[in-house]
Design a protein around this ligand. Structure first.
Ligand code: AMP
Ligand code: MG
Length: 419
């Protein structure tokens, strides 16, 4: 047995690891925002095929919505408002319907049958609801008062022609397709979807369905990360997994750099003997090892492999997911042309108590029940069941905190991250 003295205790043994610069989360995000830019190509697509794509340019309304003043209800149209009391108006011959306008002008003091969506003919600026009217002997009767302009829509009251319909960077939603169609836009310039590779590393990993011996575990990160990327609107590229083998990892990264716009790896990102992702990136001279003041999540290895950004995520599934949501998602969004996406959170009363030390921002697996934020019973970063249990994250600021039940905490639903 060799005589090896145990390492001496250091003055700072209760501090964060020695010799380490801790980057606050906001600084890390600001750096990513600064350094990255859109890389995706631009193409033109019919509006009907563009849902989920990112607009490459501002889109201008080609016509107003609505294009003409029209009636918002079925009823009878005439000119001007009417005072308090019973009103009787003679009915003009004909009617105005959506798509079949009334050709002539309605004479002053007369009313015309109008149907929802019909452009208002000349001589009509006000409509009385059909339910409020009695029709008899070629006349209508109703009770005033009725304001001039009642029950009508003005031309362009929703969107004016030549106004901005949607800005560059917008990831198109189903409602956006309705808006673009309504304002006469048939085709849109959009970015090609960003292709993002996912690679798992570790000798211990097996694929679901394979036999797993003692000491082996199933690759949980890869299906999760691929599905997350898909939900966020990127094109996931399955790069498989490699063992803790530097040559194999190098080969795989070489191939991946040709196929993808960005790469997420998980595992092997620390500075240990088998941490080949960080070792390889370091060897190319393009590694930034970010010791981010974040729980769970450190470290994050960021580098360029043949010009392709690599996000070396931690292996722990909880840390891998949190780092993807907090760092990779806005960074990839920027590369995809979306601009910098800030997830929307909500201040809600805590349904838990927690004391937090200063120094690191913390993200807890959380969900909302009866208007209160619950957190998962364990903060262990290997507890995959908590990721699945949760419906979002609670974000606790970098400073110290003593949270009591009922105190407001910031809840960010998974949906706010695009999941
Ligand atoms: P590493 O970052 O490689 O040191 O891994 C940290 C922890 O995460 C270890 O317990 C690994 O076994 C585990 N881990 C790494 N990759 C995966 C993965 N793809 N799925 C599930 N657990 C993983
Ligand atoms: Mg590993």
């Amino acid at each position: 047995m060799p005589k090896i003295a145990p390492p001496p205790l250091k003055n700072d043994c209760f501090a964060l690891p020695p010799g380490v610069e801790w980057t606050p989360v906001d600084d890390a995000l600001a750096l990513l925002r600064d350094r990255l830019h859109p890389v995706a190509n631009v193409e033109t697509l019919p509006v009907g095929q563009a849902c989920g794509r990112v607009l490459a340019q501002d889109v201008i309304a080609q016509r107003s919505n609505p294009p003409l003043p029209n009636t918002a209800v079925d009823g009878y149209g005439f000119a001007g408002g009417r005072p308090e009391g019973p009103q009787i108006l003679p009915l003009a011959e004909g009617r105005a319907a959506a798509g079949v306008p009334f050709a002539g002008a309605v004479p002053e003091g007369q009313a015309l049958r109008v149907l929802t969506g019909a452009p208002l003919p000349e001589g009509v600026d006000t409509v009385i609801l059909e339910e409020d009217v009695t029709v008899q002997d070629g006349h209508i009767a109703f009770n005033g008062p009725l304001k001039a302009g009642a029950n009508t829509r003005k031309a362009g009251e929703d969107v004016q022609a030549d106004a901005l319909a949607l800005p560059a960077g917008r990831r198109l939603t189903p409602a956006d397709l309705a808006l673009l169609s309504a304002v006469g836009v048939a085709e849109v310039p959009v970015r090609s979807p960003l292709r993002v590779g996912v690679l798992s590393t570790g000798d211990e990993l097996r694929d679901p369905g394979q036999a797993a011996g003692p000491g082996q575990i199933y690759d949980a990160n890869r299906p999760m990360l691929l599905a997350m990327l898909q939900r966020m609107g990127f094109v996931p590229v399955d790069l498989g997994r490699v063992g803790d083998d530097r040559a194999a990892l190098r080969d795989r990264l070489d191939q991946a750099a040709q196929q993808t716009d960005a790469i997420l790896t998980s595992g092997g990102a620390s500075a240990g003997d088998e941490d080949h992702v960080s070792a390889l990136l370091r060897a190319t001279g393009a590694l930034q090892e970010w010791r981010i003041a974040l729980k769970p999540g450190r470290p994050l290895a960021l580098g360029l492999w043949q010009g392709t950004p690599v996000f070396g995520l931690p292996g722990n599934p909880v840390a891998a997911m949190v780092c993807t949501l907090i760092f990779a998602r806005p960074a990839l969004g920027l590369m995809a042309g979306e601009g910098w996406q800030q997830p929307q959170g909500y201040d809600l009363p805590a349904g838990f108590a927690k004391r937090k030390k200063p120094g690191r921002r913390e993200y807890l697996r959380a969900r909302v029940r009866d208007g209160r934020v619950e957190v998962f019973h364990s903060e262990g970063s290997g507890r995959i069941s908590g990721l699945s249990w949760a419906e979002g994250l609670v974000e606790l600021p970098d400073g110290p905190l003593d949270i009591q039940p009922g105190d407001p905490v910031r809840f960010i639903p998974y949906g706010s991250f695009g999941l």
